[in-house]
Design a protein around this ligand. Sequence first.
Ligand SMILES: [Zn+2]
Ligand SMILES: [Zn+2]
Length: 431
Amino acid sequence: MNVTSIKGFRDVLPDEAARRRAILDATRGVLESYGYAEIELPLLEKGELFQRSVGATSDIVEKEMYAFEDRDGTLIALRPEGTASAVRAYVENGLTRSLPVGRLWYSGPMFRRERPQKGRYRQFSQIGAEFFGRDDAAADAETLCLVADICAAVGVRGTRIDLNSLGDAACRPAYREALSEYGRLHASELCTDCCARLERNPLRLLDCKNPGCKAAMSAAPLMIDHLCDPCRAHHDEVLRLLGVAGVAVTANPRMVRGLDYYCRTAFEVVAEGLGAQDAVGGGGRYDGLVAALGGPDMAGIGFAFGLERLDLASRPDGDDLGVAAAAVKILMAPVGEAAAGPALALARRLRQTGLRVEMESPGRRLKAQMKHADKIGARFVVILGDAEIASGRATVRDMRAQLDHASLFGLADDATAIVTKLEQIGQFEQR
Ligand SMILES: [Zn+2]
Ligand SMILES: [Zn+2]
């Protein structure tokens, strides 16, 4: 019996891996242009970290976290998200003092034991960014500019940024109570999950996907109507600044995000063509989190994009071949065992000039090697048969012109001189 992968875990085949790398490169470029520095965070954390940050009553911690007891009895968790780790690292490494206004980004796999569904995996990748030490509206607006610029750089189609304010410690408790009361009045219409959330996490009632809950909550009070004056002023200023900066956002007063630590600004990025699960990323302000994890009273705002979601929302239509599309420029074709050594040596030298060179098998007939050159779209084939080894000069086939050039260069020639010779017989881009 074959050993297969675990349900919800999958392989990323070369075509997709190449696209993911392009998305990461584009995103990194934008992040660095905003002054963000990269931080690498561990995949495993103490379970307590997520209980204290994401929230013990959140779906993520309650139902989806991969957690286990280590040999010494410590509760260990595979990270379900990145913000908690980033905040822990920021506090633990003294960056709250050395980098009191800090912009950090990270990328890598996250783990949630979600119900398997199309496009959702239990191991998924995120690109996240955290902006510490600023609680002013301009920091929120800058963050949303960054989000919009990443979407543009990656080429996400039909982007919409949904924006809401979740209030703060001054105004949310009263709103929470009002929402909970509304929920109790409509308890008979709510699903069992929502009934359980009524007291513990009533905000989640607003984003339940159950049609009955949606209908029951349609007239529920909204946070945006219950903001205190400072929260209201902050939210209005964020909207004003975004208008000046030219970033379009859509008010979505029902968007609450799934995590406990958000306050004030919360946002979600949705893209067209992704169906019901249309969010490609999201984030928000989390001013109490640094202190909650043992640091000073320090503000923070951040976001994360799902790499798989970005890929779906930006890739051209059409099926994946699942085959590497890296453009090999030269196929080294040694015919016979005597050619193997010189071919290996020549290929290495040519690669040092930056050329992509793939080496064929010396045991195969030239015809089969040429077929392979066609398949991979090689620009040139360097043929080393008995005659070439005897003369010390290579034959080159120009695949585009379907022309052979006998004795084009000597096997001991300088690699850059060889590249010049190739350029003379046919135009090609080296990279
Ligand atoms: Zn519900
Ligand atoms: Zn408030």
